[in-house]
Design a protein around this ligand. Structure first.
Ligand SMILES: [Mg+2]
Length: 427
């Protein structure tokens, strides 16, 4: 036996052991769902900070954080905005028994299981929002397990995406809109969305005031909050085209696809809608009908990152853009932003700038906008950490005992049930 062979025999077991250890390290570590947690958040605006729009006077805000705890100690974070009691019911009483012990990285498999068991009462509404919050948390865990940010897992190459300020609600004097618009520019935004649907005189004056304040080099979007009919939308749409609006949002109720179809093609400004749509099947209907130019899915409402990504892909195949809606919390903003960062047809993501602590204070690192771009990072998953003191401050004890108020699109009690006066047209 040569010296070399003897050396090989002597060291073979050690080499085999090292190779085995390396293989074990390379094999994905087991990860199982231990339990789910729903934390419902509530914030009541001081009276002077309440805002008014076509839906009524908003007195407070609600959102639900959905945490997926695993046996590895890693926790996935998602969120949903819907009725908090229904979200808690769906997550804790139906989906948790189904999900406990499963690997949260099997995102697509688990999504199909969750959809199948909620289909009879789900498909659109609270069940889909709850399912979507879990889907976001699974993507967060998938990224954490692989050491990659979600935007990279989705095929993206940049750690940022365009974002817009969502605010400019009704004011008593449009001069105050101009002041506010200037402030959004100072905060780093280059695009902003304003709310119409008050009266024709106000809507025109408001758009003029904001356009003058931000100049021609920044983008202006107008949200009609479902308050128009087709003829009025054509008049306002023509004016918005003259004002070079970036898009004209939701002039009609989401169920009224015929009106969207009648409007599209008759005005020279892109039509955006989808914040009230659910699931890729809902968006398929909108896209097939040729109802919109820009789809607005929302991961925390329509079925998660998976569903936003599928909707964005469907939109791309139809030659359309997508610009996710977000509203109630910063987890939702980031979940949607990761898809925009990854997809070539993702044009911008919404950032609530109404003074909502669930946006401004919820994360240990606040959202950062630089020259119109929301900054993401290279950390695994969503790349975020919850600010636990803020979570505890906003935590709502009983999601079935919500104090009366208008929580922006959700009314409990009688307060804020819509605008006080009907829409006044000029002709
Ligand atoms: Mg809207």
């Amino acid at each position: 036996m040569t010296v070399l062979a003897a050396w090989g025999l002597a060291f073979a077991p050690r080499r085999a052991s090292a190779l085995l250890q390396a293989a074990i390290r390379l094999r994905p570590r087991s990860m199982k769902i231990d339990h789910l947690e729903v934390i419902n958040l509530r914030y009541e605006y001081p009276p002077e900070r309440r805002f008014v729009y076509a839906g009524g006077t908003c007195t407070g805000r609600l959102s639900s954080l959905i945490l997926v705890h695993t046996d590895t100690g890693q926790v996935g974070v998602g969120s949903a905005y819907s009725h908090p009691g229904l979200v808690a019911l769906v997550v804790k009483h139906q989906l948790e028994p189904l999900l406990r012990g499963r690997d949260p990285r099997e995102v697509e498999f688990l999504w199909d299981r969750m959809y199948a068991v909620t289909r009879w009462y789900g498909r659109k509404g609270a069940a889909m929002s709850a399912l979507g919050g879990l889907d976001v948390a699974f993507w967060d865990l998938r990224g954490k397990a692989l050491g990659k940010p979600v935007w990279a897992l989705l095929g993206g190459e940049r750690a940022n995406c365009p974002a817009y300020a969502s605010a400019l609600l009704w004011k008593t004097d449009v001069k105050h809109l101009a002041d506010e618009a200037t402030q959004h520019l100072a905060n780093g935004f280059r695009r902003m969305k304003m709310r119409l649907g008050r009266s024709e005189e106000y809507d025109l004056a408001a758009v003029r005031a904001v356009r003058i304040a931000i100049g021609k080099d920044n983008d202006l979007m107008a949200d009609a909050s479902m308050k128009y009919h087709v003829t009025l939308a054509q008049r306002i749409g023509k004016f918005l085209a003259e004002q070079n609006a970036f898009w004209f949002e939701e002039p009609f109720q989401p169920e009224d696809i015929d009106s969207f179809m009648a409007l599209r093609g008759s005005i020279n400004v892109p039509i955006a809608a989808g914040e009230n749509e659910f699931g890729v099947q809902g968006f398929r209907e909108l896209i097939r009908a040729g109802a919109v130019d820009i789809v607005q899915p929302d991961a925390s409402r329509c079925g998660g990152i998976s569903e936003v990504w599928k909707t964005a892909t469907l939109a791309a195949e139809a030659g359309l853009k997508f610009a996710p809606h977000t509203w109630s919390d910063a987890v939702a903003v980031l979940a949607n932003a990761h898809v925009v960062a990854a997809m070539p047809n993702g044009i911008t993501v919404e950032v609530d700038q109404t003074g909502n602590p669930m946006i401004d204070d919820l994360l240990t690192e606040p959202l950062l906008i630089k020259d119109g771009m929301l900054q993401l990072n290279d950390r695994p998953g969503l790349g975020i950490e919850l600010h636990h003191a803020v979570v505890d401050r906003l935590r709502m004890a009983d999601p079935l005992a919500i104090p009366d108020g208008f929580y922006s699109d959700m009314v409990f009690g009688t307060e804020g049930l819509g605008p006080s006066a009907p829409y006044q047209e000029m002709k």
